[in-house]
Design a protein around this ligand. Structure first.
Ligand code: TRP
Length: 375
């Protein structure tokens, strides 16, 4: 599965292949591997035993990709890959150039419209980007459908003090003049503890293509997330609480990696966000991945989804015992709103490193909840 000479691309391609299989892709469908290879660029050819030329913030161990499996409540599934295109040399400026090359090539090959990227590129991609990243992409793969792309920009790329200005202007350029105010009223209410973390654009030309704004809430409680969810009419706040209780093990405050809210806006519906999503970085609230798996399986079952799919997804990405590390299950998100709801599980590639488990005794409270749930 993982010979010493394996490259980053081979390692991640095998993982992606397994995930696509469980999502019902035709075995001969080459598109996922083509997209992955192009996204990784030259970094993909490096042997795993060499450290990455630059540690990406996409994942904790510096791997520039992270997988996710989206389980819609109506039974549909999508496989996604979040990734950072790597340049020849370390540094955000070469990553931006690599990202643009990736987009140009994929747009040609898969007919992906780039107008919305172009509308905000110069705003979010200055010559000297600051912060943890400049641009990431997500590949959205569904069986028998054309692959889609989403671009993620960093609101703090010109410094934290200019994040609001960039987001307001980004929305304006995409025809969503009131979006910032709506999001701010519900999710930017805790001073500097609420932070603009991503501005994401569907690379699509349909009137239903989305612009998403992500806000991270440091030290927040489930009640803070419920308040944020209330911006979306038809998002049931009690589901937010159940999600935090079951997956986080308590109702907060979540003092490790922060809860993150996102709103998605579409031009065709400019009055308010159509979807609220809450992301919980479950890896900071469990001692190891076995506990994380138990909680996610219980949550999926409670929503009427088969937990066997989770196990197949885990088997696609790793062979290691789940107790032997923490962070394979990196985040879990819950999506709510009138267009349908669903749960997404984010799986780390762990190409370079497995984070050691924490002692279970350190987290007695969460263990009690977990065993009560799975018994
Ligand atoms: N690794 C970063 C983090 O955990 C960025 C990231 C990757 C992320 N996938 C995510 C953030 C999903 C929120 C949700 O913050």
């Amino acid at each position: 599965m993982r010979p010493a000479e394996s490259t980053l691309f081979n390692h991640a391609r095998n993982q992606l292949h397994g995930l696509c299989e469980l999502a019902g892709f035709e075995p001969g469908d080459e598109n996922p591997a083509i997209l992955l290879r192009e996204l990784l660029g030259p970094a993909g050819a490096r042997p795993l035993r060499e450290r990455p030329s630059h540690a990406s913030d996409v994942a904790d161990d510096g791997t520039p990709v992270e997988f996710s499996v989206a389980f819609d409540d109506d039974g549909a599934r999508a496989i996604r890959v979040l990734g950072e295109a790597g340049g020849e040399k370390p540094g955000h400026s070469t990553d931006v150039a690599a990202g643009k090359r990736f987009l140009a090539a994929m747009s040609k090959r898969f007919h992906i419209p780039t107008e919305r990227f172009a509308a905000v590129a110069e705003l979010f991609l200055p010559e000297r980007p600051q912060g943890k990243f400049a641009v990431w992409f997500s590949l959205i793969l569904r069986p028998r459908a054309r692959p889609r792309l989403k671009a993620y920009f960093n609101p703090e790329v010109r410094g934290r003090g200019r994040a609001k200005e960039l987001v307001v202007e980004g929305f304006r350029r995409l025809g969503l003049d009131d979006a910032y105010e709506t999001a701010a009223r519900h999710a930017l209410v805790r001073g500097s503890r609420d932070r603009l973390s991503f501005f994401a654009v569907d690379l699509d030309d349909s009137p239903l293509s989305r612009v998403k704004l992500y806000v991270s809430h440091s030290g927040a409680t489930a009640a803070d997330a419920e308040r944020a969810a209330a911006a979306v009419s038809g998002a049931d706040p009690t589901q937010v609480r159940g999600f935090c209780d079951l997956l986080g093990g308590h109702a907060g405050p979540f003092s490790g990696r922060p809860l993150v809210s996102s709103y998605s806006f579409v031009e065709a519906e400019p009055t308010g966000p159509g979807t609220y999503s809450l992301y919980l970085p479950i890896r900071d609230y469990v001692p190891d991945d076995e506990v994380a798996r138990g909680r996610v399986a219980a949550f999926l079952s409670a929503r009427g989804l088969a937990p066997q799919l989770l196990d197949r997804a885990i088997d696609a990405v790793t062979r290691r015992p789940l107790r032997a590390g923490v962070g394979l299950l990196a985040h879990v998100s819950l999506r709510l709103g009138p267009f349908g709801s669903g749960t997404t599980v984010y799986l780390s590639s762990e190409a370079y490193r497995v984070a050691p488990p924490r002692r279970r005794a350190d987290t007695v409270g969460t263990e009690v909840i977990n065993s009560a749930m799975t018994s």
